[in-house]
Design a protein around this ligand. Sequence first.
Ligand code: G4P
Length: 533
Amino acid sequence: MNALYGEVARRRTFAIISHPDAGKTTLTEKLLLYGGAIHVAGQVSARRRQRQVTSDWMALERERGISITSTVLAFPYAGCTLNLLDTPGHQDFGEDTYRTLLAADAAVMLIDAAKGVEPQTKKLFAICRERRIPLFTFMNKLDRPSRDPLELLDELEHVLGIEAYPVNWPLGSGDQFRGVYDRRTRALHLFERSAHGATRAPVDVAGADDERIATLVDAPTFAAFRDALALLEGAGAPFDATAMLGGAVTPVFFGSAVTNFGVQMFLDDFVRMAPPPKAQPLLGGGSIDPGDERFTGFVFKIQANMDPRHRDRIAFVRVCSGRFERDLVVRNARSGESVRLARAMRLFADARESLETAYAGDVLGLANPGVFRIGDTLSQGDAVEFPPIPAFAPEHFASMRNVDTASYKAFAKGIAQLREEGAVQVFEPLHAASYEPLLGVVGELQIEVAKYRLESEYNVKTAVATQPYSLAMHVDAQLTAVEASHLPSSARFVRDAGGRIAALFENEWSLALAREWNPGLTFVPFGMDDAAA
Ligand code: G4P
C-alpha cells in the first residue's frame, strides 16, 4: 500500500443521468451547497437559464462558453473528494454526454416521480448498463403529486431491467407528502414544506405500521404506505452491495431536490456506498491499478470554446492512476510523442484554477491545441494503452457542401478536425465523385455547431442538407456483396471514416426489410466494439 491509495479511496467520480426537467440542475446545486462549493442557491440555475436561451448564434456561443466552464465540479464532502462530471443535456445532448459516462465510476439516475422513466434516461441508462456502472436512483419531486412508488420501482425493473432496492420509502406525495421512512433504521424523516432544507432529528418509529405515522396522513395514504412496505419486506431480498457494484441492483431514494429534502440523506449514503476508482482494463489484457505509481489517464472529451476571444480547445483527461503534478511529462500512446503537461486546469463555475496535483478519479483540463484526440491514452513510463472509446450510433444526419469551391482545402481540413475531435462522425458515399461528406451526430445541435465552427474557425461557408436517416448500422460484408445487394429506396450505403461500410436507414422497419432482402449481409449496431473512427 502506498500513499496514493489513501487519495484514491477518497475519490467519488460520478455523473447524473436524467431526462430534461427532472431536476438535474436543482440537484447539482443542492449537492454543491452541501459540499460548500457554492454558498447561495441560484448560482447554477442562473447558468441553466442562460443555457436555455439558444438558437441564435450569439446565444450558441455564450452557451458553449458557459458549458466549458462547468464540465467538472469538484467538491469535498464527508472527507471525500467528489467529482461530478456534467453530462450535457437539453440541446447540448450529444456524444459528449455518452463519453462523459465513460469517465465516471458511478451514476445518479434522477427521475421525476410524476413521470417515471423517460426517453433520455433510457438512452443514458443503456450506456451505464453496458459499462456496468453502479447506479443510484433519486426519485425527485415528491412534494408534487407523484406516481405510485411501487409502480415506479416496477418500471425500473421492467423498462430498464435493473433490480430496484428502495433504501427509503415516501410517506405520501404532493399535498400528502410527509417525509421518508428509512427502511434500515426505521426512522421517519419528516418533511416540512415551510422549513426549506432545515434538518430535523428523525423520529424513531416501531415500524411502517406505527400508529404515529397514521396520524400524519389521510387513511388511504397510510394504508398504501403500510401495504407497500409490507410487500417490500415480504419480498425480502436483502440489499446486495456486490450486485449494486456490478450495476445489477440500484438503491432507490425518494426526495424533493427543490425543497432540499432527502438530498443530504442521499449524499451520505452515496459517499458511503459508491465505489472509489477501480483498476482500468488495458488494451491487449491486464489492467492498471488506481494506486499504481505511474500516471495514466485518457482523454474523454475535447471542448472547443466558441468564444472568439478565447479560441482554445480543452482536452479533458480522466486520471486512472498515479499522481499528476505540474510539468509532468507523459507519452501519448497514439502518436508516440512526449508531452509536457505544463498547465492543467480545474474548471469550476466561471473560474479556471490551475490544478497542481490530481489522482485517480480526478479530471484534468488541458489546453494543448491540436495535440490530443478523444480516446488518447497518456502515461508515464512504459507505454500502455486503454481500449478505444466507442463510436456511438448517430441519430441525425446531414450532408455538407462547400459553397465556395476555392475553399475546398480548408473545408476538408475543418471536417477532418471536427471528426478527430469527436464532434461529429463523418461518412462518405461508397463511390463519390466529389467531396460531400455526410455528418452523423447523436444530438441535433451538433450539426449547427459544426456548420458554425467551419465558418468561424476555417472561414468556410457550407450548405447543410438534413437527411432523413435516424439509424446507422455497420455492414459486415465484402464490397462486391454490398454492391450486389438491394436496400429499400430510402436507405443507402456509406463508408465511415475508418473505411468500414455502413448503411443508413430511416427507421427500424426499413432496416428489417434490408435484413430480409439481404440474408448474406450482416448489419451490426454501432457499439462498444467500435473504435471512435
Ligand atoms: P433539469 O436541469 O433536469 O432540466 O431540471 P431543473 O433542475 O432545471 O428543474 C426543472 C424544474 O423542476 C424547475 O422548475 C425546478 O425548480 C423544478 N424542480 C426540481 N426539483 C424539484 C422538486 O423536487 N420539486 C418540485 N416541485 N420541483 C422541482 P421551473 O419552474 O422550470 O424553473 P425554476 O423557475 O423553478 O427555476
